[in-house]
Ligand binder design. Structure first.
Ligand code: ZN
Length: 192
């Protein structure tokens, strides 16, 4: 933790030569995309996209899960999603899954979640069961299910129909930094 504190303390001095860029951020945000990624500490969208402050709006959830639309559900995800789409008018949403995902392991082995009832409950929002034992295969199927869940939100569906929003499924390899993107036409993942 100390290294994080030390870095935070000297951060204002480190960005002193980017004063104009940071001052401009106080005027508002116009992110290029909403990134919905796993909370996993190894997955850093701003690192692999090179995004600068103000360029991506992030929603991090365990397992990059987007629960299906339920108007009365108490959950942080719908509100964050609605704000990004309705207030910030993001033109793109990227859902980013990854290799070696703990949540995906939990889908494959639900019994491992017995001591974590809140995690187990959250994983039911994933909307599917693991169909096989291959983690990457399950993770990619899981990722596409979350894309389907996104379409169930009325404000998302409306903008998709109007051509004002595009959805992307990306899959990140934590050990190589490589990214795959789902090609809906071909029905497969290909290098980004
Ligand atoms: Zn994960």
């Amino acid at each position: 933790m100390q290294s994080l504190i030390d870095h935070a303390r000297v951060f204002p001095a480190k960005i002193a030569d980017r004063q104009r860029e940071f001052a401009e951020l106080a005027r508002g945000q116009h992110p290029q995309a909403l990134f919905i990624a796993c909370s996993d500490s190894r997955v850093m969208p701003s690192l692999f996209t090179g995004a600068r402050p103000g360029e991506i709006f992030e929603l991090r959830t365990a397992g990059n899960i987007v629960p299906p639309y339920r108007p009365q559900a108490a959950c942080a995800v719908p509100g964050t999603l609605e704000f990004a789409v309705e207030a910030l008018d993001v033109p793109e949403i990227v859902v980013c899954g990854h290799t070696h995902c703990g949540a995906v392991k939990g889908l494959i082995r639900p019994q491992a979640m017995e001591t974590m009832p809140l995690v187990a409950q959250w994983l039911t929002s994933a909307g599917h069961r693991a169909l096989d034992e291959d983690p990457d295969s399950v993770a990619r199927h899981h990722l596409l299910t979350q894309i389907d869940h996104l379409r169930s939100y009325p404000f998302v569906a409306r903008r998709l129909a109007d051509g004002k929003l595009r959805l992307h499924a990306w899959f990140y390899a934590v050990d190589t930094g490589e990214l795959l993107a789902h090609d809906p036409g071909a029905g497969e993942f290909r290098p980004l």
